[in-house]
Design a binder for this molecule. Structure first.
Ligand code: GRF
Length: 219
């Protein structure tokens, strides 16, 4: 038995805004025993999205904190952080959470918040990444998981998965190809974190105690 076998599951809170297919991949990994985490709660800024139903079906508290009920971004983020902290998470997983976060919120979870972004970062930060990759004639596209910093989609990248762009691809087909990769990549990175292998020191990623010179490629 190794030390990692003795490590208790890492308490995690997942933040979503929509379908929650990445959340589902985490739930499946948790159930199969591949992912040593305990998802203590799922938060969503929108009511009535399917991701909330996925959480409920898995017996996980599904909590709506509706951003429209708050006067500004700061008030929303403060309320959200207060609710999240009731669950004492060791890691915050942003999985399709479509809100820009205040520097205060990001600072509060520094080094323990991850995001998935559908491009090969640092290319194509922001929205409509699949169409933008097609528009400039890229032959390759993909998805990245990074530590969250105050720099939108600009935090240090941990790992990426690539897909080939073929001549018959449109934004929808490309999104589908990328999502298949997402559902492997994100649980794999969360597992690394949960096993204590990943760390953010200042603005650098360390893997197994060594600085990561380039993002890990995951098939
Ligand atoms: C994913 O494509 C992810 O890369 C992006 O938002 C989408 C979320 O999908 N950040 P889902 O809600 O996990 O299905």
């Amino acid at each position: 038995m190794t030390r990692n076998d003795l490590r208790p599951p890492l308490p995690v809170v997942v933040l979503i805004s929509g379908n929650g297919s990445n959340l589902q991949a985490m739930i499946d990994g948790m159930r199969s025993g591949d992912l040593p985490i305990e998802i203590r709660a799922v938060f969503c800024n929108r009511p009535d999205v399917y991701g909330l139903e996925r959480a409920r079906q898995a017996g996980i508290p599904a909590i709506v904190v509706d951003h429209k009920a708050y006067p500004d971004r700061r008030a929303f983020d403060e309320a959200l952080a207060a609710r999240i902290d009731e669950f004492e998470p060791g890691l915050i997983v942003l999985a399709g959470f479509m809100r820009i976060l205040t520097p205060e919120f990001v600072g509060h979870y520094a080094g323990r918040m991850l995001n998935i972004h559908p491009s090969l970062l640092p290319e194509f930060t922001g929205l409509n990444t699949h169409q933008r990759a097609l528009d400039v004639g890229r032959k390759e596209h993909g998805v990245s998981v990074h530590f969250v910093t105050a720099d939108l989609d600009g935090g240090p990248v941990i790992a990426r998965s690539r897909v080939e762009i073929t001549s018959d691809d449109d934004a929808d087909s490309l999104a589908r190809k990328v999502q298949i990769k997402e559902h492997r990549l994100y649980p794999a990175v969360v597992a690394m974190y949960a096993k204590g292998r990943l760390e953010l020191r200042r603005s650098s990623v360390f893997l197994d105690g060594d600085p990561l010179v380039k993002p890990v490629d995951i098939e």
